[in-house]
Design a protein around this ligand. Structure first.
Ligand SMILES: [Zn+2]
Length: 298
């Protein structure tokens, strides 16, 4: 498989000189299976540049977009995705349906005439919708496992397995604590129950789905210091992210979904602190801090 990052930021796009190295676009990752088929992970603002690149190709495009949840930083780029405007292209959007709202309605609503000049129904490409719950679906030749994570609303993570290789994608996820969960009302009750009723440490619920993945892209929004002021916001600090990777036994971890206040210098510091922690804890996986434009094969 081949991975390329087009947007690594959480919450809101953060352009400017101080974020130019890691990039300011919100969540979007390009994933190619070994047979060349294209799966896109989230449609944050980074998907615009990816779409511009794809639009230069002469072949008709067939692609799947796996949406983790419909917060803005994961869907906002879709109306600017050029291949969606080209007749003959076929795009299938995969994602959960928070509070029973159809996935097609969720995507259509951000393109109603109040917010955007072109309606979903006016796009020239064929747009399909594939709602997911917790379970497995086939995407091209790959097996795509979706599972609920701990983030306000209905949010899923994905594990994509193809040709004996696998990648976990968990863009937004917070350590789960039974004590603090009771204090917050922004969680989805059905998802909360799954964590609440898990036998043992509820955080292992997520680990069970990604165990042994070759690559894990995981929420690393905060520093531990920032996290203490953001408990219940649905995100991880980097020490927790490292622990998830170690406990799940993944081979490579990519820190992802940085808080808008973390500029390039701050992310460099996070990376250095992570390396120190890994040495101390004797973690052996490979570590990277996701960066716009970076690509690798595994
Ligand atoms: Zn997000």
């Amino acid at each position: 498989m081949k991975v390329k990052f087009w947007g690594v930021r959480g919450s809101i796009a953060t352009p400017g000189k101080s974020t130019v190295y890691y990039g300011g676009n919100t969540s979007c990752t390009e994933l190619h299976l070994d047979d060349g088929n294209l799966i896109i992970l989230d449609a944050g603002t980074g998907i615009r540049d990816l779409g511009n690149k794809l639009a230069k190709g002469s072949k008709k495009l067939r692609a799947y977009i796996l949406i983790t949840h419909p917060h803005w930083d994961h869907i906002q780029g879709f109306p600017f995705f050029k291949p969606a405007f080209v007749e003959g292209n076929e795009i299938t959007i995969v994602g959960p349906e928070p509070r029973g709202v159809p996935l097609s309605k969720i995507i259509a609503e951000q393109m109603n005439k109040i917010y955007f000049p072109v309606k979903l129904s006016e796009l020239q490409a064929r747009i399909n919708f594939m709602p997911v719950k917790e379970g497995t679906v086939r995407v091209f030749g790959a097996e795509v496992l979706s599972f609920y994570v701990n983030h306000p609303g209905f949010t899923v993570g994905y594990k994509i397995t193809s040709d004996n290789k696998s990648i976990g994608y968990i863009s937004d996820n917070e350590p789960y604590s039974r004590e603090t969960a009771r204090l917050f009302t922004n969680g989805e009750p059905d998802v909360q129950k799954l964590f609440e009723n898990y036998q043992g440490d509820p955080n292992d619920r997520v680990l069970d789905f990604i165990r042994g993945a070759d690559v894990l892209i995981h929420d690393s929004t905060y520093t531990p210091e920032q996290y203490s002021d953001h408990i219940g916001w649905g995100h991880s600090h980097y020490l927790y992210t490292l622990r998830v990777a170690a406990d799940a036994g993944v081979k490579k971890l990519c820190l992802f979904h940085y808080d808008p206040v973390l500029d390039d210098k701050a992310i460099d510091t996070v990376l250095a602190k992570c390396r120190k922690e890994m040495k101390k804890m004797k973690y052996t996986f490979e570590l990277c801090a996701a960066r716009e434009g970076e690509e690798f094969r595994f």
